[in-house]
Design a protein around this ligand. Sequence first.
Ligand code: HEC
Length: 151
Amino acid sequence: MLKPSLTGLLLLSTAALLAACGEPEDTRPGQPVKQRQQAFKEIIKSFEPMGVMLRKGSYEADRFLAFAEKLHAARELPWRHFGADTNYPPTKAKAELWQQPQQFEADKQAFLQASDALLAAAQSKDKARIQPAYDAVHESCKACHDRFKAR
Ligand code: HEC
C-alpha cells in the first residue's frame, strides 16, 4: 500500500504528465465530454470577440450584433451532453456538478436569460445598454465556472 501523501504525489505527477502530453481522448461512444467541450468552444468563439471590441473601444454595431446572434445560436449546444454517467476524463467539470443539479440548472438559466438580454441590447445598437448586458453574460459564465468547472 502506498502512503496517502505518496499517492497524492503520484496523482499530481500524472496530472502534470497529462497536461504535458495533451488531454486524454474521450473514447466513449458519442464522445459526450468532447462534444460539450467543443460546444463551449463555439460559445467562446462568439463571446470573446465582443469583449475585445468593448475593451478596445472598437465597437461596431453590426459586427457586434452578428456575434451576439452567433452566441445566441450556440448557447443551447453544451447542455444535452451533460448526461448521467458522463463524469470521466477528460472532463473539467467538478464533482459538484453532479451533486448539485438544481444549482447547475439555475446557473444555466441565468446564462440563457443574460444571453437573451445581450441579443436584445445588441439589436438596439444602444452602446450604453450593451456594456452592462455583456458584463452580465460574463458574470453568468464565471458564476457557473467558479462553482462547477475546474481550472
Ligand atoms: C451553467 C454552467 C456554465 C455556464 C453558464 C458556462 N459554462 Fe463554460 N463550462 C462549464 C463546464 C461544466 C465546463 C467543463 C465541461 C467539461 O470539460 O466537461 C465548461 C467549459 C468551458 C470551456 C472549456 C472547453 C474545453 O475545451 O475545455 C470554455 C472555453 C467555456 N466553458 C466557456 C464559457 C463561456 C465563454 C461561457 C459564457 C458565455 C460559459 N462557458 C458558460 C459550465 C458552464
